[in-house]
Design a protein around this ligand. Structure first.
Ligand code: ZN
Length: 317
């Protein structure tokens, strides 16, 4: 090889990586400008079911304000961190009918690429209803959607940075100790909604998922939901071929974790299966020892996960 050939070869060697690097930068820049749609897959649904089962097996019961409740929050923190995201534990104390108690929300935030991006908050409570008995699993009521959120974090991460900010939150203290009131129930979601107001965060939607692992899935959107979000959810259900699984019930009001956001004036929606029982129209497994792992399925979590992903994709447009 002559000296000239040697130099040319040197130039070629270095030009090639530059071109590759330029192409990489261009594709990366393009990716950052337009978020890829979030796709919730069958594999995600199996991850959701496994996570729900693990939560039940390791943290039953997990009543708010108890050591086992705190253990559940740490378990979720550890489990979701293993998907490769930064998760935080927001520990706080709040009054209850039994005095001040410790609570903890688990939070994962995906910053959006848009300038002045708004927030979309997706929540599920992980605590169990106290007083049902030590073996109360809360498999559908709490664990199913807690597992779903772990799988949803994977799906969002795969899609890359969203255009709006997305927060995924596992809330503590959704269940009341005696009866719902200012100091009983919703401690986690009230803390969360207040923190958004205090930081002047613009909220595009607060989405509450509850009891959506039921094998016989019937999703209700209650009256106390922001009207435009009812439309978004119904259209999303239609697009994923699950229109028959979701119903708007304007004759019922469900107090759930979205309520704290709604009271502040943030657009909010509750997606809940309140038809969880031994026969259609009955809700007789709710808050009973019958709320067990055999009543939830990956198939239902797939529908619920795909619906949530499609709602998120709509809200990011
Ligand atoms: Zn409950």
């Amino acid at each position: 090889m002559s000296d000239t050939e040697c130099r040319m070869s040197f130039v070629r060697v270095w030009r090639l990586p530059s071109a590759v690097l330029l192409a990489f930068h261009l594709s990366f820049f393009t990716l950052r400008l337009s978020a890829a749609p979030i796709e919730f897959t069958e594999d995600d649904a199996h991850v959701a079911l496994a996570a729900a089962s693990n939560l039940v097996e390791r943290c039953t019961p997990r009543d708010a304000g108890t050591l086992r409740g705190r253990l559940a929050a740490h378990w979720i923190l550890d489990r979701v961190s293993r998907t490769g995201v930064d998760a935080t534990l927001d520990k706080f104390h709040a009054p209850t009918p039994d005095g001040e108690r410790p609570f903890a929300n688990v939070i994962v935030e995906f910053p959006g690429t848009k300038t002045n991006a708004a927030w979309i908050v997706v929540m599920s409570h992980f605590d169990t209803m106290p007083g049902i008995g030590d073996g109360f699993q809360g498999a559908n009521d709490g664990a199913s959607t807690s597992g779903l959120l772990i799988a949803l974090v994977r799906a969002i991460r795969r899609a890359g940075r969203p255009s709006e900010n997305i927060a995924i939150v596992w809330t503590d203290g959704e269940e009341c100790r005696k009866s719902y009131g200012p100091n009983d129930g919703f401690q986690g979601s009230r803390r969360l909604a207040e923190s958004y107001r205090a930081r002047n965060r613009a909220v595009k939607a607060a989405i509450c998922l509850d009891m959506l692992g039921d094998k016989n899935l019937n999703i209700t959107i209650p009256a106390n939901t922001t009207p435009f979000l009812k439309g978004v959810a119904l259209a999303a259900a239609k697009r994923i071929g699950a229109a028959e699984k979701i119903t708007v019930k304007d004759d019922i009001v469900v107090k759930d974790d979205h309520s704290a956001f709604l009271e502040i004036g943030y657009p909010s929606i509750d997606l809940i299966d309140f038809d969880f029982g031994s026969a259609p129209g009955l809700n007789d497994w709710w808050h009973t020892p019958n709320d067990t792992l055999d009543k939830i399925s990956a198939a239902s979590l797939l529908v619920s996960g795909r619906l949530t992903a499609e709602i998120l994709n709509t809200l990011q447009q």
